[in-house]
Design a binder for this molecule. Sequence first.
Ligand code: HEC
Length: 137
Amino acid sequence: MKYKNKTKQILIIGICFIIFSCSELFLTEIEPSESDCLNDDIECTYSEHVKPIFDANCISCHEFANNSNGELSLSSYANTLSGGNNGSIINSNSENSLLYQKITGNQTEGSQMPPSDLMTPYNIDVIAKWIEDGAIE
Ligand code: HEC
């Protein structure tokens, strides 16, 4: 009788432990990552998602519009929307946008951007989704 009770106890503790570890696992998995706008529920915005990418990869050459960078300033939302020598760099869909063509190396004129090396696929996808989401601020 005593022995059986002990087995029962161990079994119950075991089951509790399994439930506990599973719920831990479940909780971590569903925890949303607020800043990942490639998640369909979140729109990519200029200020939260795109500006940090421009700051890290483009601003060294595109802070102020001048004749050595295609007259394109990427230093603010308004400047980004006004575009450069070739007019708007953003179109209603990403493939027709000069911005997207340049960062994927599919431009018909000039160089890919950045000229040295293309950005990571993640950064490219964020900019593409930003355009598809309406290029909001
Ligand atoms: C090392 C300097 C440099 C960096 C870094 C750079 N660019 Fe450029 N960019 C240029 C130059 C020079 C031009 C003009 C010549 C050309 O279009 O190829 C240009 C032109 C452009 C144009 C075309 C503007 C127009 O209307 O003709 C776009 C769009 C652009 N860059 C986007 C970007 C983006 C986005 C980044 C960052 C991911 C970036 N560039 C990083 C130097 C740079």
